[in-house]
Design a protein around this ligand. Structure first.
Ligand code: SAM
Ligand code: SF4
Length: 322
């Protein structure tokens, strides 16, 4: 079992397989980064897998593949199969913008993928284009429909932004409810790579909007999920992730690996160590030592706050995978 320096059990690894993306979301990378990491600097799937095996042997049982846009990396289904074949019962999930999903959903499921999170910030074509930089909504919705049709668990992520998509919270919620898909509203996390004019809705503001039409009560969090959960009278549940309150940090069970092999203990901070040298040398013990050291140094909590003077992270979401 993996335990960090604050006594928290860590069983969840998020793996970003690429920082590249076919969208330019306002809150993530409104401009293409000055230069992408050259492909030769990325770890191969075999190298990433070497580390993942170390993590699984030590107690990781939940793996989420993310990015950038993970579906841009070819051979993702084979990567998922490698992980799935290594140990039965692993919870393997993917976070995607959904644009390329319809064409690959079945292959991913056949490879062992159990669940996906799709980012759906709006149901309006023009707003989707404004947020992501191109006309994407039709294909994203097709991807969601296909994934549901073939029996993948689908959850929706939504980042409500003032003056952009905040007036659609109820519509998006109802779209999800009608399709029996859970939705998580994620408070916008300020970071140096985003459009600096953005203002996110707070958890309280999201709740107020939903309360104009529905009754709901807070229910227990699901495991170590950062999401606070709310339930409608008819049993449908939605979640809100509020990183500004830090109230989920005390149960934080996750670490993040970037496509270049940087192992990151917390989404907010720059501190991290590389596993690249170890995996390139096939050094399992070395990789395990880096993992343990990162866990020893995992910070107690992030620094986003609810104060007027909000903190801004240097970390890019397209590197860490969110
Ligand atoms: N490209 C995929 C996608 O968009 O779903 C996976 C990577 S993306 C970085 C993962 C999640 O992070 C998405 O749900 C996205 O909405 C969220 N995200 C990105 N930047 C964010 C920010 N500044 N604040 C809150 N959530 C953010
Ligand atoms: Fe791409 Fe996802 Fe970032 Fe949007 S949030 S730019 S889809 S990586």
């Amino acid at each position: 079992m993996l335990i960090d320096g604050h006594g928290r059990k860590v069983n969840y690894l998020r793996v970003s397989v690429t920082e590249r993306c076919n969208f330019r979301c306002q809150y993530c990378m409104p401009e293409k980064p000055f230069s992408w990491v050259p492909k030769e600097n990325l770890l191969s799937f075999e190298e990433l897998f070497l580390f993942i095996k170390v993590g699984i042997d030590e107690g990781i049982d939940k793996i989420r593949i993310t990015g950038g846009e993970p579906l841009l990396r070819t051979g993702l289904d084979k990567f998922i199969k490698m992980i799935n074949d290594y140990k039965s019962g692993l919870d393997i999930a993917l976070t995607t913008n959904g644009y390329l999903l319809a064409g690959v959903a079945q292959d991913l499921k056949d490879a062992g993928l159990k669940r996906i999170n799709v980012s759906l910030d709006t149901l309006k074509d023009d707003v989707a284009a404004k947020i992501s930089g191109k006309d994407v909504l039709k294909k994203v919705k097709e991807g969601i429909a296909k994934a549901q049709e073939i029996g993948l668990g689908v959850k929706i992520n939504n980042v409500p932004l003032k003056g952009i998509n905040a007036d659609e919270i109820i519509e998006v919620l109802e779209y999800c409810k009608e399709r029996n898909m859970p939705i998580r509203f994620i408070e916008y996390m300020e970071n140096k790579h985003a459009n600096d004019k953005l203002e996110g809705l707070s958890e309280e503001e999201v709740k107020q909007k939903i309360a104009t039409k529905y009754n709901f009560t807070e229910v227990k969090r699901e495991g170590a999920s950062p999401s606070k959960m709310y339930e409608f009278d008819d049993g449908y549940r939605f979640g809100i992730i509020n990183p500004h309150a830090h109230d989920f940090c005390e149960d934080c069970n996750r670490i993040r690996l970037t496509a270049e092999g940087v192992l990151i203990p917390c989404l907010y901070f720059e501190e991290a160590l590389s596993i690249k040298k170890a995996v390139k040398a096939g050094d399992v013990a070395g990789a395990a030592e880096v993992l343990k050291e990162v866990l020893r140094n995992k910070p107690e909590k992030n620094k986003w706050s609810s104060d007027e003077e909000n903190e801004t992270s240097d970390r890019a979401f397209y590197e860490t995978g969110g």
